[in-house]
Design a protein around this ligand. Structure first.
Ligand code: SF4
Length: 613
């Protein structure tokens, strides 16, 4: 192997020791890297039934073979563990220099188990692992922690993955942040770090990253880089993903006031166009990226003057229209607040909007909010609630548990509009208006995730009738999941996908050029099917049943009241039919379990022993 080293670093926090496991080419070819490799490492190293906030939950980082090479938009890493939000597999990815550093340190994966007895951070310095006191870092924001560790170690080249106060306080949707604003954002893996009393993982790598076919890779990378700055990525380069705001609003799928509507009457005030005109300071990129979709915004005047952060569509919808907020400066401030404390902006916004709807309906009162009045659009209260969640202050303690647990506690019918699947809060597309995506949301292994599913694309592009269900969507959803997995395991940014004529063969070729491990497009497809079954197997081992593959009641019972998706609702019968068809397409049983022979065909005999039927 070339780009990969075959080394997995294990760090045991309880006993403060580390060791290196070696894996062979066949293993790496099976799991490819990124999310796939991280999920497999989590399966192997997490005890069945482990408490997500206990020492037996393994927090696993995995590299991509592209990080640190000439492959554009390939410097990413995967992170996986049992999620404290869903009690199922939480798998994330993040970009940039941290991904390169841990590869330069010589590892394809890092597995962290156990828990420290007092707050520490771990420094991986090539072959040396040290455990360092972190008591002076407690309470620091994510960005401050990164800087403080770099300063302490006296080297700007040190890269840091860290938690903020939210992770320390075990907020169930705390994230892990690296490189000043790149986040392993969803499913609460920051709380897993917090429970281990691990404030940060710092890495310095100085080893070269060799590739198997330097000349071939140079040519391929040059061609891909040229395409990546062409018309297919223009929307990302010019405005980033906030360009979606007006499009989604027109289609009637822009979540508004906790998904009570898909049309926000003030969308034109919070659009990507306004953001670009009034707030964008500069476009920046992850390491090794030629696209640079990330737009750093700054508020220059008014109540939120000085707020500065990058804004993407998902953060914007969640803390903006979904909370009824039409003030872009306030949305930037709310996103900055979440980023500083290290919290998933999507789960934060959707949980706050659930609380606001409880207030609208008189389920929660002004007294419950400690005197705050969370009327729709009250942006000062949205920002205050984000802070209270991070600190677990007042009602923030309840909201830090996420919508599912909060609704279970509050009751009074509030679960009807607790917009989560499996405990993970929904994404920025109302599934009533995107019904292939509705299936993707229901069956997603980590919950209702646009990034893992990609099933919104056939809906948004008009390739299917987006307002109705049909069994044929089962195969479509499966294909979308596996295409998403290709990008999440090989670890190319999905924003380059429009530049690839045949993603399967081109990514397979890049994988072989970097690693020297031969793989055909057909083998890569099978690897992605294997990865999806791996994630599902993790969940089955943890007690998953078919009942979990469903949608919030709002989407199956309340017709969309207005706008471009007016009248749409996901019919329960239609959803059931689509789920049946999806299980069939996957070769699973009608209960959604994986037959032993299916697992054997995917070279997962060990997993068949654990969960096969
Ligand atoms: S396109 Fe955006 S998210 Fe993707 S690698 Fe570049 S800057 Fe990062």
């Amino acid at each position: 192997m070339q780009s990969f080293t075959g080394k997995i670093l294990h760090i045991d926090l309880t006993h403060r020791k580390s060791w290196v496991q070696t894996v062979d080419d066949a293993y790496l070819k099976r799991w490819i890297g990124g999310v796939g490799l991280a999920a497999r490492l989590a399966y192997e190293n997490t005890a069945k039934g482990a408490d997500p906030l206990g020492p037996d939950n393994a927090l696993c980082f995995a590299a991509s073979s592209f990080a640190g090479t000439l492959v554009p938009v390939g410097s990413k890493h995967g992170v996986a563990a049992k999620s404290p939000l869903t009690n199922r597999l939480g798998d994330c990815l993040a970009s940039s220099y941290f991904s390169q550093s841990f590869r330069r340190a010589g590892y394809d994966g890092i597995v962290i188990t156990g828990a420290a007895d007092k707050w520490i951070y771990v420094f991986v310095d090539d072959d040396t692992v040290t455990f360092r006191d972190a008591s002076h870092l407690l309470g620091k924001h994510t960005f401050e922690t990164e800087e403080a560790i770099r300063e302490e170690l006296g080297d700007e080249a040190v890269r840091v993955s860290t938690i903020g106060l939210a992770g320390e306080k075990l907020v169930r949707f705390a994230n892990i942040t690296n490189d000043r604003g790149r986040q392993a954002g969803r499913t609460g893996l920051g709380a897993v770090m917090g429970a281990k009393k691990l404030k940060a993982l710092a890495v310095r790598g100085s080893k070269p990253i060799d590739v198997a076919d330097p000349q071939g890779l140079l040519e391929k990378a040059k061609a891909l880089t040229k395409l990546s700055v062409g018309p297919k990525t223009e929307k990302y380069r010019v405005m980033g993903t906030p360009s979606n705001v007006l499009n989604m609003n027109r289609l009637g799928v822009l979540p508004t006031r906790n998904y009570q509507s898909g049309t926000f009457e003030h969308a034109d005030k919070v659009s990507g166009e306004v953001m670009l005109e009034q707030y964008v300071e500069k476009a920046v990129s992850c390491a090794g990226c030629s696209i640079a979709c990330e737009h750093i915004t700054r508020v220059r005047e008014g109540d939120y003057a000085g707020a500065r952060t990058s804004v993407d569509y998902e953060s914007l919808f969640a803390l903006g229209p979904n909370c009824g907020v039409d003030n872009l400066a306030a949305i930037i401030k709310a996103i900055e607040t979440c980023d500083n404390y290290g919290m998933d902006t999507m789960s934060s916004g959707v949980t706050i909007s659930w609380a606001m709807e409880c207030y609208q309906r008189g389920i929660l009162t002004k007294e419950d909010f400690g005197g705050l009045e969370p009327d729709w659009g009250n942006h000062a209260v949205v920002i205050k609630l984000a802070e209270m969640i991070a600190k677990r202050e007042g009602i923030g303690d309840l909201l830090a548990e996420g919508t599912k647990r909060a609704a279970e506690k509050v009751g009074q019918g509030s679960a009807h509009f607790a917009m989560n699947v499996k405990g993970l809060e929904a994404a920025g597309y109302d599934a009533r208006g995107f019904q292939t995506f509705a299936l993707g949301c229901a069956v997603g292994t980590r919950g209702p995730c646009h990034n893992r599913s990609l099933a919104y694309e056939p809906d948004a592009k008009g390739e299917v009738d987006r307002l109705k269900t049909e069994p044929a969507r089962g195969q479509i959803a499966k294909d979308c999941e596996e295409l998403a997995a290709l990008f999440d395991c090989a670890m190319l940014c999905k924003f380059i996908r429009g530049c690839l004529k045949d993603a399967w063969s081109e990514v397979s070729e890049l994988f072989t050029m970097t690693t020297g491990i031969p793989i055909t497009a057909a083998e890569m497809r099978q690897a992605m099917e294997r990865v999806w079954n791996m994630k599902k197997a993790f969940n089955i081992r943890e007690g998953w049943t078919r009942a979990e593959d469903w949608l919030p009641d709002r989407w199956t019972q309340d017709p969309m009241p207005e706008g471009g998706s007016k009248g749409a609702v996901v019919s329960p019968e239609g959803l059931k039919e689509m789920i049946d068809a999806y299980y069939l397409a996957r070769g699973w049983t009608p209960e959604g379990l994986i037959p032993k022979d299916k697992l054997a065909a995917l070279d997962m005999a060990d997993v068949a022993e654990d969960i096969g039927v």
